[in-house]
Design a protein around this ligand. Structure first.
Ligand code: ADP
Length: 667
């Protein structure tokens, strides 16, 4: 037995060696290969990203250079540059007014600058020296200069002496006498100052208002816009609230670039006048930049006519990229600082969308992780990383592989389980077959030895009385009968296995075949002192049955009742109608069957746990087969030590088919 079960385990071993092992090896190789591939892909992605970064940087750089060159070559820019480099303040004013226009036409422009004779002309870094008053008075026509000079001197003396009234009068006279507006404004500003010093703030403010509204084109001797100085004075005297519309008008004019002021002045004015307006918004750019421009800008030795120069000005965190070209006059240079916000928010995204779509492109301060820009904006670097969608897509193949591998392993394991189950079943069947042979031999040998003993007894006993001789003869007949039943069972089983067992069903009563079985069994039972009580009521409905098969089934049940009767030597056979069924019950008071075994007793080769009982596990299997052929059932009710009741149930026949005969094949 061990040998046979070891043999049937061989398919499982073969399956493990031939299928499971290689598949797992292949899967492992696949995993390794896919990891290698992943690494290679990652390296490739990195290289691609680097290349893309370089291309984007190139693109941005050349775009920026081209835009800057375009501005510098534009005639309107050159016109602007010549205005801004003019010594005439009015011309500078006109140029300044054009700066916002250039800026809106060319978003690359942040600031404009002009350098002449190695000095920053625009934006101005240092205020010029104050003009001497005498220069301005000397320009007055008709010799007024001398009279004005005397008036100013007298007024100043009075003012210093604290005689403000007379000082105010003299300044007023000067204002009336002066021809040029800038001298008028000077005199009026002095009037206001003297009034304020005399304590007449409200009078002073009225005069300042006149300056702020009527003398917006004039500057002080220090080249500060008179209007701005006036509103600052109004604010100082506490009149800003009362004259808020005038203050607001001047502030907005200042922000629009109405006046030529230095960055420091601008910052100072803004600080004083509108603390909520940031000085950077002054049209001329940040003071810091101008400072840098003045100290760090170095003209190249020579600059060709249409050459565009570029350099980085200023330290971190706010370096500036500067582009410049030869200005409109010999020795002048005009240039712009690049609007880096525009580069970051416009030029870069355009290049990124074209070169590395679906990827995340960022610029930041130059570092080892970013590819630096070459030539211009070297303080920036660009980095390209996988966008989110792309990163997700990268994990898809891994996921698919994992799923596939998981499925393959599951199928393999399923194979192992199924095969193991099959092997177990095969092993059990092999054992059962071996048992069958043993059981059948036992069931053949027992009657044979009885027959032999009886026959020898008759042979050797001379003058045996007739009743004895009959008893032995009948015993021989009964044992032969039993032999036949065993052989019938085995033959039937063999037919069933071949699919050749057929039943001949005909309508009729169950009584005749049941009686035939009990009659055939009686002599054998008598021989074993076994009593079978039979209860058969009259008027049972007809069923469709194969009489020989029914007889065989009942005989098998009676045989078992006797075989497993234990001490009790009796059984009952009852027939009764049960609704749409007719039942045959064989009930004994024998050893009984445990619940666990009850579910299995009808399986082939299935035998009780006690091998001493003999048998070969086919009787009940055949009974069930017969009952299935009849469209009926067999069941058992049993308790160990109490007894068993096997019940056959045949369906009652429909009336109109009573005469039909059917042949049922039960393979
Ligand atoms: P066999 O009797 O040849 O072993 P059967 O198919 O007739 O085979 O019965 C299967 C098993 O069912 C028996 O081995 C026995 O353990 C149990 N069995 C059948 N009939 C009875 C019964 N009347 N009382 C107790 N056990 C029974």
């Amino acid at each position: 037995m061990t040998g046979s079960s070891g043999g049937s385990r061989r398919p499982l071993v073969i399956y493990l060696i031939a299928v499971v092992g290689p598949t797992l090896i292949v899967l492992t190789f696949g995993l390794v290969a896919s990891r290698r591939q992943d690494e290679a892909a990652a390296a490739l992605r990195l290289t691609t990203a680097r290349l893309q970064e370089e291309r984007i940087a190139d693109d941005v750089v050349s775009g920026l250079k081209a835009s800057a060159a375009e501005v510098l070559a534009d005639p309107s820019f050159r016109n602007l540059a010549s205005l801004l480099s003019s010594p005439d303040p009015a011309a500078v004013d006109a140029g300044r007014a054009l700066v916002p226009e250039i800026r809106s036409r060319y978003p690359v422009v942040r600031d404009v600058f002009v350098i002449a004779d190695n000095r920053v002309r625009y934006p101005r870094v240092t205020p010029p020296l104050p003009h001497p008053l005498e220069d301005w008075l000397g320009e007055e026509p008709d010799g007024r200069g001398i009279r004005l000079s005397a008036l100013f001197a007298r007024a100043q003396a009075a003012e210093s002496a604290g005689r403000f009234d007379s000082s105010v009068r003299d300044y007023q006279r000067a204002a009336a006498l002066a021809k040029s507006r800038k001298v008028q404004a000077l005199a009026l500003a002095a009037v206001a100052r003297a009034k304020a010093r005399s304590g007449d703030s409200s009078g002073a403010i009225d005069v300042l208002e006149v300056i702020a509204t009527g003398y917006t084109d004039t500057y002080t001797l220090n080249e500060r816009p008179q209007a701005v100085v006036a509103v600052m004075e109004i604010a100082r005297l506490g009149g800003a609230h009362r004259k808020s519309d005038i203050v607001a008008a001047v502030v907005s004019a200042l922000l629009e670039g109405r006046w030529s002021v230095t960055p420091e002045q601008c910052a100072h004015f803004m600080e004083t006048l509108a603390r909520d307006v940031r000085a950077e918004r002054c049209a001329i750019g940040t003071p810091a930049f101008v400072q840098v421009l003045a100290t760090a800008f170095r003209l190249p030795v020579s600059l060709e006519a249409h050459e565009v120069g570029t350099m980085v000005l200023g330290p971190a965190p706010n370096p500036q990229q500067v582009f410049y070209a030869a200005g409109p006059f010999p020795g002048t240079v005009a240039g712009i600082t690049a609007n880096l916000d525009w580069v970051r928010l416009h030029v870069l995204p355009t290049a990124a969308a074209r070169i590395a779509p679906e990827r995340e492109v960022r610029v930041g301060p130059a570092s080892s992780e970013r590819t630096p820009f070459q030539g211009v904006i070297p303080f920036w670097g660009v980095s390209v990383t996988a966008g989110r969608a792309q990163a997700e897509r990268r994990y898809l193949p891994v996921l698919a592989y994992a799923l596939g591998a998981g499925m393959v392993v599951t199928v393999l394991m399923l194979g192992v389980v199924l095969l193991a189950r099959d092997v177990a079943r095969e092993t059990r069947l092999n054992r059962l077959r071996a048992d069958l042979v043993g059981g059948v031999s036992h069931d053949l040998k027992t009657p044979l030895s009885v027959i032999r003993v009886y026959a020898e007894t008759v042979e050797k006993t001379d003058g045996m009385p007739a009743p004895d001789r009959r008893w032995f003869a009948s015993g021989i007949v009964q044992e032969t009968e039993r032999l036949r039943r065993v052989i019938d069972d085995v033959i039937d089983f063999s037919r069933i296995q071949q699919g050749e067992r057929s039943y001949r069903l005909s309508p009729g009563s169950l009584v005749a075949p049941v009686r035939a079985a009990t009659d055939r069994f009686k002599a054998y039972a008598d021989l074993h002192n076994f009593a079978v009580e039979t209860v058969i009521p009259a008027g049972l409905p007809a069923v469709r049955r194969d009489p020989a098969a029914v007889e065989q089934a009942v005989l098998n049940l009676l045989d078992n009742a006797l075989k497993y009767s234990g001490e009790s030597k009796r059984a009952t056979l009852r027939l009764y109608a049960d609704g749409q069924m007719v039942a045959v019950v064989v009930e004994d008071e024998g050893i009984g069957i445990s619940n666990a075994e009850q579910v299995r007793v009808f399986d082939r080769f299935q035998r009780g746990t006690d091998p001493a009982q003999g048998g070969y596990g086919l009787g009940l299997y055949l009974v069930r087969h017969i009952m299935q052929a009849h469209g009926g059932t067999v069941d058992v009710q049993s308790a160990p030590g109490v007894g068993s009741a096997f019940r056959l149930r045949f369906p009652v026949m429909a009336v109109d088919h009573e005469n039909a005969e059917t042949i049922v094949d039960r393979g």
